[in-house]
Design a protein around this ligand. Structure first.
Ligand code: IMP
Length: 234
């Protein structure tokens, strides 16, 4: 039996990150487009978890539909299908959790991130150092082969810096200071970030949950070797 992870994203960076995490020899990772489906539902949830589930459900529904009409790009009869999606964002304590689930939309989808970060730093000019705490949050939702839904959360703690530094990463990384590295998350390497990132933690926790599911449902031979975790990844 093969294990096909279909990721509800078009983001190549996320797919690469997940392929690095899922190393089981009988597992394959495909973006939704590679699997022959495309979904872009409105993120109408009020939490990261709800929005991640909305995306996973939308892709899962399309996969079911295509399984019925026989137009999938793979053979579902010898394949366990797991649909996964994530929703993430930046939570700034001094701003009451903003931009939160609106991180991508904050000040406009197409607005330059340097401008978004400058505006946040401006709003925080009078915030004392010890209150500049923030975190990146990622919720990963999955629909397992038996239709059960699972959601886990990962976080990466940091501090909002006073300036923008670094070329790596994306989005809000250049002003997200990691005290233990003495650098922003745009100044550490991609490998370093994947090790500690909210998304990396949440995807690893979800894979651990899937290994537990496989151990209980008698598949994925390697499952028990790596199985650990209770679904939390703080
Ligand atoms: P989404 O999860 O793809 O909807 O993205 C949410 C938004 O949160 C991104 O567009 C970024 O603005 C922000 N974000 C999430 N994770 C990160 C990260 O690791 N670095 C920087 N910004 C991030």
């Amino acid at each position: 039996m093969k294990h096909l992870f279909i990721i509800a994203t078009g983001n190549k960076g996320k797919i690469r990150e997940i392929r690095d995490i899922i190393t089981d020899p009988d597992a394959e990772v495909l973006s939704m487009r590679e699997a022959g489906v495309e979904a872009d539902p409105d993120e109408t949830g009020t939490t990261f978890e709800e929005n991640a589930l909305i995306k996973a459900r939308a892709v899962s529904a399309l996969i079911c539909q295509k399984t019925e009409d026989g137009t999938l790009s793979f053979d579902p009869t010898d394949t366990q299908i797991i649909v996964m999606s994530d929703d993430s964002g930046l939570v700034v304590d001094a701003l009451g959790g903003e931009p939160g689930i609106y991180s991508a939309r904050y000040l406009g989808y197409d607005t330059d991130y340097n401008y978004k970060m400058e505006q946040i730093m401006k709003r925080m000019e009078d915030v004392p150092e010890e209150e500049r705490t923030a975190r990146f949050v990622a919720a990963v939702a999955a629909i397992f082969p038996d239709g059960t839904e699972h959601v886990v959360r990962g976080t990466m703690e940091g501090v909002i810096a006073h300036s923008i530094n670094g070329q790596n990463g994306f989005g809000y990384d250049p002003f997200f200071y990691l005290p233990e590295y003495g650098k922003t998350s745009a100044e550490i390497t991609e490998e370093e970030k994947n090790e500690i990132s909210h998304r990396g933690k949440a995807f690893r926790a979800m894979i651990a949950l899937y290994h537990v599911w496989c151990a209980e449902n008698g598949s994925l031979e390697e499952a028990s070797k790596e199985t650990s975790g209770d679904g939390t990844a703080q």
